[in-house]
Design a protein around this ligand. Structure first.
Ligand SMILES: Cc1cc2nc3c(=O)[nH]c(=O)nc-3n(C[C@H](O)[C@H](O)[C@H](O)COP(=O)(O)OP(=O)(O)OC[C@H]3O[C@@H](n4cnc5c(N)ncnc54)[C@H](O)[C@@H]3O)c2cc1C
Length: 514
């Protein structure tokens, strides 16, 4: 009889390792009674990266599915709401240059593409404000729901900002106490191979040998299993995405009740951009820059200018970034998730969402036995390669639409040599029609749907030359949708509480469990 895949061994206890453990264990709870095991091996000596504070709305369904209480998550991970991102000074660099990439779809998105109508008649307002309430909710500092809205449900679509140092231990408690995940604190010293090249077991310093049927490499940048042991090459993307260093700092609020943004604020700088993420107890701020285009001293100065006098006495952490990903993600009986699979840059928070999607795919497509594993691996590689390619395109879109010429960094970013061919083709296509359903976005669970492209393109002043006569008789529907959006915006602005007030209430009273 062919041996079933029963023992899943995950190496790494960061956000990727614990999310993968939770998603796989929750999906296979029924099989746990018949010998299916999930073991997570984590070094007590190598720390987790401890950054990664912005997520995508998928996190709501991921946490709900693995049985986490949203109230506990808010209380224990210094969690806040995220309703998208604002991008300041990306297009011209002027003080009033800003746009939103919100998390709500344009009004009536599945029914009608509003871009051509907005291009023809709505130019007095930003595209975002014309079609979606969320930019104005963010301007007003409002939360995306009310205390009476049950856990994980939304009035306005939302994701989270969280404290990465608290998230992994929080997931660990849940996975070990509620989902039966075995936690082994040990350093992996040797990875032992079988005759067919598979990984047979891990030899650890503290816990002896750990055998497994499927190994999930969540060992962070070291890519201990897929990279170092199985030798899968790294595909460097720094010719497209130049940022290779982050300077991160945690900044306290001036007063405990200071207003807190419910979106990521991303402000372009001379050689990169600064993230600003508001958590209930502090802000996480970081300058992601290209060391080819700025010295560390100059970057430190720009960061200090952004933070202001509050930076005095705070420790700034330097984190190198290697932009790229593995050429394949699943080889033999080993699949990489998280930083072991790759990393680009944190613009648009695409890393943790990819962890969630990968973990879900592994859990759902869990091969029954070794005989069928290569078929599952090939599918996984196909979907995951597509996703990484798409993310590279989407991140580059933010740079390639700039009109800034005030530094080499921005000039080099629009050099056609640095733009992937697929993105070049899409930009050419979109000169004459806007992205919508009938574009390339045809895969299930796109990380960034056509709506995201619309917000960035038209937020940055891209011009699609739509034919005025090509409205297909939909002007009246478009006018109604825009009017509906204005009404929804008025209603939400009058109903929703301030962001900090709702978080305080969640801490005091909790959200209604579902
Ligand atoms: C500057 C920066 C900002 C970021 N911002 C965002 C963001 O806003 N949004 C987002 O989605 N993502 C962001 N990310 C990415 C995000 O931080 C990671 O995707 C996420 O934290 C997952 O990390 P990980 O679990 O893969 O790796 P790590 O946290 O590095 O964990 C690696 C684990 O492997 C273990 N390990 C390593 N070697 C061994 C060994 N020999 N034996 C046993 N165990 C071992 C370690 O002990 C550790 O537990 C950011 C990344 C950076 C660098």
């Amino acid at each position: 009889m062919v041996r079933p895949i029963q023992n899943i061994v995950i190496v790494g206890g960061g956000t990727a390792g614990w999310l993968a453990a939770g998603v796989i264990a929750a999906r296979h709870q029924g099989r746990m009674k018949t010998g299916f095991t999930v073991t997570l091996v984590e070094s007590p000596n190598i720390g987790i990266i401890g950054v990664g504070e912005g997520t995508w709305p998928t996190m709501r369904s991921t946490l709900e599915k693995i049985g986490v209480s949203e109230t506990a998550f808010f209380r224990e991970c210094d969690t806040a709401f995220k309703q998208g991102a604002s991008f300041a000074r990306w297009t011209t660099g002027a003080a009033n240059d800003a746009y939103y990439h919100p998390l709500m779809l344009p009004q009536g998105f599945t029914q009608l593409n509003l871009v051509p109508h907005w291009l023809r008649s709505g130019r007095g307002r930003s595209f975002c404000d014309a079609v979606c309430p969320q930019g104005q909710l963010c301007d007003d500092g409002l939360a995306p729901k009310m205390i009476t809205t049950p856990e994980y449900q939304a009035v306005a679509n939302y994701a989270y900002h969280l404290d990465a140092g608290k998230f992994a231990p929080f997931l660990q408690r849940h996975c070990t106490e509620k989902l039966g995940v075995r936690h082994v604190q040990a350093d992996v010293l040797t990875v032992n191979r079988a005759e067919n090249g598979d990984i047979a077991s891990l030899t650890t310093r503290q816990a002896g040998d750990i055998p497994g049927d499927l190994f999930v490499d969540c060992s962070g940048f070291s890519a201990l299993l897929l990279g170092k042991t199985l030798g899968v090459p790294f595909k460097d993307c720094s010719d497209v995405l130049f940022c290779d260093t982050a300077l991160a700092v945690q900044v306290p609020y001036e007063t405990p009740d200071a207003p807190m943004a419910s979106h990521t604020i991303s402000t372009a700088q001379k050689a990169g951009w600064i993230w600003d993420i508001g958590l209930p107890t502090r802000r996480g701020i970081g300058y992601v820059y290209s060391s080819r285009h700025s010295s560390e001293e100059a970057a430190q100065e720009e960061l200090a200018r952004y933070v202001g006098p509050a930076i005095k006495g705070l420790s700034v952490r330097k984190i190198p970034i290697r932009s790229g990903h593995r050429e394949t993600f699943w080889k033999n009986n080993c699949v990489a998730v998280g930083l072991a699979a790759g990393f680009l840059e944190p613009l648009e928070a695409s890393a943790i969402v990819l962890v969630e999607l990968s973990a879900k795919l592994i859990a759902e497509q869990m091969p029954a036995n070794r005989e069928v594993m290569d078929i599952v691996a090939a599918r996984f590689n196909d979907v995951t390669s597509y996703r990484w390619g798409r993310i590279v395109d989407f991140l580059k879109l933010h740079y390639v639409l700039t009109k800034r010429t005030d530094s080499r960094f921005w000039i080099d970013n629009v050099d056609p040599v640095s733009v992937p061919d697929r993105l070049k083709n899409l930009l050419l296509l979109w000169k004459y029609r806007s992205p919508w359903f009938f574009d390339e976005f045809d895969r299930l669970e796109e990380v960034f749907p056509a709506a995201s492209y619309q917000y960035v393109l038209y937020g940055m002043g891209f011009r699609s030359e739509v034919d005025p006569s090509d409205s297909d008789g939909t002007d009246a529907i478009a006018a109604r949708l825009v009017e509906e959006n204005a009404a929804v915006t008025r209603r939400m602005r009058s109903q929703l509480p301030k962001n900090r007030d709702l978080i305080r209430k969640i801490h005091d009273f909790g959200l209604q469990p579902i």
